[in-house]
Design a protein around this ligand. Sequence first.
Ligand SMILES: NC(=O)c1ccc[n+]([C@@H]2O[C@H](COP(=O)([O-])OP(=O)(O)OC[C@H]3O[C@@H](n4cnc5c(N)ncnc54)[C@H](OP(=O)(O)O)[C@@H]3O)[C@@H](O)[C@H]2O)c1
Length: 290
Amino acid sequence: MKILLIGANGQLGSDLVRARWPSNDELIPLTHRDMDICEPVGVSETLHRHAPDVVINTAAYHKVDECEVNVERAFAVNVYGVRNLALACRETGCALLHMSTDYVFGADATRRTPYVETDIPGPINVYGISKLAGEYFVRYILDRYWIVRSSGLYGVAGSSGKGGNFVELMLRLAREGKDIKVVDDQTLSPTYTADLARKIVELVHTEHYGLYHVTSAGACTWYQFACKIFELTGLSPNVAPTTTAAFGAIATRPAYSVLQNAALAALGMDDMRPWEEALAAYLREKGHVT
Ligand SMILES: NC(=O)c1ccc[n+]([C@@H]2O[C@H](COP(=O)([O-])OP(=O)(O)OC[C@H]3O[C@@H](n4cnc5c(N)ncnc54)[C@H](OP(=O)(O)O)[C@@H]3O)[C@@H](O)[C@H]2O)c1
């Protein structure tokens, strides 16, 4: 199988490059410099040139606060860019695995049970709206697609879009002896990109097309996540919980966006480990703990 990977030097993209692929697969990793998904002609030419069986799209504009201000760019990448890709996939007859987000949810402020794939989305920020619109273009244009929603990604490469990841930020602040305040009223399932990449490799070798939630098992607030990082690394900084309101970010964020891997479970494919175990594996991989 020939797989074209878009966003290959991003956080998830890097772990997809490092993932264990069947030996007869050919992975073609493309970075932003190789192809801009916002350029329809280039996208079409690239797909015709490589003629892949599957395209994996990890590219996105996902600086959530910036998206509120730079709505045009959010839509250019997350909506029209995704449409360009889906159209080129249809032209060349290949399947598309497209990454989406837990931030397609949030409108139900009272929700405290995990979202399954059949739940009606309701985004509450520009980023979430743009990602949901991208999903709809994929579903509208293609029959053979996997849309994978995940949450709170962290990986060895760090997010190129966000300049690092939450775990590294917490460790840096702790080592610098800073007072740390972390929001304790947003609950999610942080997910290690190496685990997500492994599941994506499995999915693209099936013909089980459709919408999937793929996150680590369990859930925590960002504050609880930070406390676990410090516990596992033996650091004891001055860390305190705060509220979303006090933190005062530009974009509204869901109070609860925990995803349940229901579609994977229905296929007997949900072996995603608890987030605490995945975090410990990441910290070992990065050399933060032995
Ligand atoms: N990070 C999270 O917490 C999170 C949570 C849920 C879902 N997701 C979704 O998961 C996916 C992967 O996230 P990630 O953290 O791995 O992101 P990332 O590290 O920022 O990687 C995204 C990659 O896409 C490339 N890219 C951006 N715009 C592009 C364009 N117009 N054309 C081609 N390539 C472009 C970036 O290259 P440059 O940096 O060179 O522009 C980067 O290599 C995204 O779809 C995101 O929406 C992320």
